[in-house]
Design a binder for this molecule. Structure first.
Ligand SMILES: C[S@@+](CC[C@H](N)C(=O)[O-])C[C@H]1O[C@@H](n2cnc3c(N)ncnc32)[C@H](O)[C@@H]1O
Length: 289
């Protein structure tokens, strides 16, 4: 029954979330407690370059009976899945979520109980703005075994692939990683605190709030502070722009940069080193494991 609903969604039919939620809940309640004791492994897929995944993550993908994956993962990674595995996309498509978080939680429980090992494959690191801990919290109430495989976060890897060190002796002693958009859709107030410091500021999910971010730094007289923006970092679609707090909005408009992107603010942007080999390594020379 659940399969049929998912097929419907894949064919682009209208989704009746309320009905789907009821179907999934019924399915969960149908399973006797003595049934398969399921397992959930929340796995970090890395920032985009398929080589930036851990061996442990690949082992988890190989052993999964079901894989629920998000939009920001590189789908090349699904080649590690068993041909028997059920693979379900639960991310955003055309700006809309196919599943609400509650529905994903219920799907994990129902599949873990009916199929065994569920891998929840998420972009970057699942515990960095990834809801990984919320999903673990939820499924543990159902006696499902849980594991976590960390991933390389885009917050670190995306600037690194552009040669930007987040810290450098004599330049920056620390960095903040902040969400541009909180649960209430507002700019995190931590950006205001970070702008007062000398730390490097890395902002995820911040493109829709770029003007607000610029204003926060202008209030601290930081108009000359360097800024880099990297869209779809570590992938073949990577786009990059550099400027200062004063010029960054214009640069974004000229280069038509948009989400998903990382904003790096701080003197380290000037310390960027030239890298020759990274781009070549992306996509084209994926190492087979
Ligand atoms: C919901 S957060 C997930 C972060 C993820 N857990 C991580 O550790 O990278 C999604 C945001 O991460 C950033 N992001 C993820 N992958 C990216 C990439 N390859 N290039 C640029 N930004 C990326 C963007 O700011 C995007 O809006």
């Amino acid at each position: 029954m659940v399969n049929k609903e998912i097929m419907m969604m894949k064919k682009g039919g209208n989704i009746d979330y309320e009905y789907l939620s009821t179907v999934v809940r019924d399915k969960v309640n149908d399973i006797p407690p003595s049934g398969v004791r399921g397992q959930l492994t929340v796995v970090g897929a890395g920032p985009g370059d398929p080589d930036l995944i851990t061996l442990k993550a690949i082992k988890a993908i190989k052993s999964a009976n079901v894989i629920l994956y998000d939009a920001l993962i590189n789908i090349d990674l699904l080649k590690y899945a068993s041909s028997e595995a059920e693979i379900i996309f639960v991310g955003k498509r055309k700006g809309c979520y196919l599943y609400q978080q509650e529905q994903i939680n219920e799907l994990i429980v129902s599949r873990a109980k009916s199929n065994g090992h569920v891998v929840r494959l998420k972009g970057g690191d699942p515990f960095v703005f990834g809801c990984g801990s919320e999903e673990i919290d939820y499924v543990q109430q159902f006696g499902i075994k849980t594991q976590m495989v960390p991933g390389i976060s885009s917050a670190l890897a995306v600037p690194a692939y552009q040669g930007i060190p987040l810290t450098k002796r004599g330049v920056s002693e620390s960095f903040w990683v902040i969400t541009g958009t909180t649960k209430s859709h507002k700019l995190s107030q931590d950006v205001v605190l970070a702008a007062k410091s000398t730390a490097t500021v890395v902002i995820l999910m911040g493109m829709g709030k770029l003007d607000e971010i610029v204003n926060v730094f202008l209030r601290e007289n930081k108009q000359d502070t360097p800024v880099a923006i990297i869209q779809s970092g570590t992938t073949e679609n990577e786009k990059f722009g550099i400027g200062t707090i004063e010029t960054i909005s214009q640069m974004v408009a000229e280069k038509q940069l948009s989400s998903p992107a990382i904003i790096v603010i701080g003197e380290v942007v000037k310390e960027r080193v030239r890298l020759d080999s990274v781009c070549e390594a992306i996509i084209h020379k994926t190492v087979s494991v």
